[in-house]
Design a binder for this molecule. Structure first.
Ligand code: HEC
Length: 172
């Protein structure tokens, strides 16, 4: 009996301690590993720009048209869509694109068949050494080919470091 009483007391005090620290076993969000910044994910990004906020409804890079002639690196014919905040940054010559900017470039062959989709997505504090761009390459069906701080993309685009890693347009 005494033993049971002791156990009961221990249990009661344990509950009190838990209660006092205000621990709520329910809906607490786990803290992300990188300290709170959302870690971009190419598959989720594709969902976002095709389902939630279809990039085909965004503006085309000011001064360009659909199926412009590209330099034949990402396709002979290209269409570059930009999110609203990126569009404004280009028009206002803001030097660098604001966080959350998304640039979607479609690469087509000369028969106007889509061959690949390339995305640059600016994420706050994601890659400060390279202007915080998240890079992603997709198949025409939206399968992820490569994503992240992709060295191949960065190496070539860093030729335009003073234009926010962008080949198209002039931000300043
Ligand atoms: C060998 C150089 C090279 C590499 C590697 C490269 N790009 Fe590009 N990229 C270009 C050029 C040149 C343009 C300008 C448009 C055109 O002529 O196709 C461009 C344009 C773009 C654009 C439109 C915005 C802009 O800068 O004009 C996006 C988005 C893009 N590239 C994404 C990527 C991604 C993602 C990768 C890696 C998977 C990548 N690029 C790798 C050369 C490169």
């Amino acid at each position: 009996m005494r033993k049971e009483l002791t156990i009961l007391l221990i249990l009661i005090s344990a509950f009190m301690v838990i209660g006092c620290t205000g621990y709520d076993s329910g809906d607490q969000e786990p803290v992300p590993e990188n300290g709170g910044e959302a870690q971009p994910n190419a598959a989720e990004l594709y969902e976002q720009i095709t389902q939630e906020d279809n990039y085909k409804e965004w503006g085309i890079w000011p001064g360009f048209v659909e199926l412009s002639e590209g330099k034949d690196i990402h396709g002979e014919l290209i269409t570059i869509y930009v999110s609203d905040n990126a569009f404004t940054a280009i028009e206002d010559k803001e030097d660098v694109m604001p966080d959350g900017s998304i640039i979607v470039k479609e690469g087509y062959n000369p028969d106007e068949e889509l061959e690949r989709v390339l995305v640059m997505y600016k994420v706050k504090d994601y890659d400060p050494e390279n202007n915080d761009w998240f890079w992603a390459l997709y198949s025409p069906q939206g399968e992820v080919t490569t994503e992240g701080k992709v060295a191949g993309c960065i190496d070539c685009h860093s030729a335009n470091e003073d234009n926010d890693y962008l080949f198209t347009g002039d931000l300043s």
